[in-house]
Design a protein around this ligand. Structure first.
Ligand SMILES: Cc1ncc(COP(=O)(O)O)c(C=O)c1O
Length: 475
């Protein structure tokens, strides 16, 4: 059937990125794929969730259907009671429940933007924003986060991309994949643009990095050899596995892999038109003297400190990362700023969400009990992430690979000596069966960046690291 009857925005990506293609081929051929980008906490062999977690169909009353577009009143109250224990003072009327942050984004983009309007997004950051924006017919204009020993906001780049069709500024703090948080001063600089701020804080309660700064590359890498990954948690050789297709909540969709910013040698078709508008600075290293990294106080949650109390903003969070339960599908928006803004936004959200009613009754009823388990989830995550990060730093200590400093989150950014990280990722998969995500995918403008998951079992890290070093050495 011809494609003329379908909309442009639902057009399928033409072809897979060569990295995704290779992964599919390997899986079909039953060759091992060690997924070092693995971001699914439910298959990471964590001591979580515990038996004490409430089964979602435990009580008949939890199946009661009471359509409530903003979320069940009892669930919203349970949420704000939990947030109050963290020092967040949010009235239940300003807490709106959704099934996922993607659903929150879709509705906020619809409510703040007309088709053709734009939203400013950080770069590098979470690649799914491109897809979410495309579905809403809006443009994303990336502003730059720069790195100079620590990450900082390049406020000049915000100025450069902001125009009369800009409707909101999105911040991700802690950011994925850099794990960096904004400073209070940076947030004020963004607020000064006078636009609503959408603050993605899904990693705000993620364990903090307990380790110090990046290793300074010293010696040349030793030659390694292909590995078997006896301990691997995420090897898959099953052709029926859908791994090459990047489950939406954890991995970038395949069209994002065809990032237009990706180096030419990666032949993926670039549907993604995100560009860094300023060429003044490199996100890892060379940046103008005027753009010093900040030394200000870094914030973990916007609402906690009332940093934006007088400024229109929405904070996004949810169980997906807080409780490492992406499968139960429950997130929330906390509306903040002037009362008139919150009230208008609440009414519009109620109107929009009434047509969707996507949050399930069982999770709504169980929300309070689920949140009571948050400390256990955080402990399980902290233990895994800390040991995986320590193993990573040890494995690359004194080598040509640096592990960038990070504050929080589930990923680590590796600085590697290569001109094209997509090509390197393809070689690593082809020769060693190791799947990592190239930095180009997240919008890193400098080549030589790989992103790896800290949910990886620490026992698997040394072998994976040796393979990467060998791959670099053999280039
Ligand atoms: C920055 C960021 N926001 C949101 C999400 C997804 O959250 P949810 O599962 O609630 O859609 C992710 C997933 O990795 C993420 O990295």
């Amino acid at each position: 059937m011809g494609t003329g009857i379908f909309s442009k925005r639902s057009e399928l990506p033409g072809e897979l990125h060569p990295l995704a293609l290779l992964r599919e081929e390997r899986l079909k051929a039953r060759l091992p794929v060690f997924d070092w980008s693995h971001g699914n906490p439910t298959t990471a062999n964590l001591p979580w969730p515990p038996a004490s977690i409430p089964p979602l169909f435990a009580k008949n009353s939890w199946l009661a259907y009471e359509p409530s577009p903003l979320g069940l009143a009892s669930a919203r109250e349970a949420l704000v009671r939990h947030l109050a224990l963290e020092g967040l003072d949010v009235p239940a009327r300003d807490a709106v429940l959704v099934a996922s942050s993607s659903e929150a984004y879709a509705n906020l983009f619809k409510i703040f933007c007309n088709p053709g309007d734009n939203v400013l997004v950080p770069s590098p950051s979470y690649p799914l924003f491109d897809e979410l924006a495309r579905w809403e017919g809006i443009e994303l204009r990336p502003y730059r986060l720069g790195f100079a020993g620590e990450w900082h906001l390049d406020v000049e780049s915000v100025r450069a991309v902001c125009n009369e069709r800009t409707r909101a500024i999105l911040v991700v703090s802690p950011n994925n994949p850099t794990g960096s948080c904004l400073t209070v001063a940076e947030l004020h600089e963004l607020a000064a643009f006078g636009l609503p701020i959408i603050a993605d804080e899904v990693f705000a309660k993620a364990p903090r990095s307990v380790l110090g700064n990046a290793d300074i590359p010293k010696a040349r890498a030793g030659r390694g050899r292909p590995v078997s990954f006896e301990n691997a948690l995420c090897i898959s050789t099953s052709p029926s596995d859908d791994l090459g297709r990047f489950p939406v909540s954890q991995h970038p969709p395949r069209s994002v892999l065809g990032n237009a910013d990706a180096p030419k040698a990666s032949a993926g078709r670039g549907r993604n038109t995100r560009r860094i508008s300023t060429s003044r600075s490199d996100d890892l290293g060379r940046f103008p003297v005027s753009q010093h990294p900040p030394s200000g106080k870094r914030i973990r949650t916007l609402s906690a400190r009332d940093v934006l109390h007088a400024h229109p903003h929405v904070v996004l969070d949810g169980l997906s990362k807080r409780l490492a339960l992406p499968q139960v599908k429950c997130g929330w928006m906390l509306l903040g700023g002037p009362a008139s803004f919150c009230s208008e936004l609440r009414s519009r959200l109620e109107f929009a969400l009434d047509a969707q009613l996507s949050l399930g009754a069982p999770v709504s009823h169980a929300l309070g009990e689920l949140l009571a388990h948050e400390d256990l989830a955080r402990d399980a995550l902290a233990r895994r992430i800390e040991s995986s990060e320590a193993a990573l730093r040890e494995a690359f200590s004194g080598t040509t690979v640096s592990v960038l400093p990070r504050e929080a989150g589930w990923s680590a950014v590796l600085r590697v000596p290569c001109d094209d990280d997509s090509v390197l990722a393809i070689r690593l998969l082809d020769a060693y069966g190791i799947y990592v995500l190239p930095g180009a995918l997240f919008g890193f403008s400098s080549p030589g960046v790989l992103v790896v998951s800290l949910l990886t079992a620490p026992l698997d890290v040394p072998q994976a690291a040796r393979s990467l070093l060998a791959c670099l050495e053999s280039a």
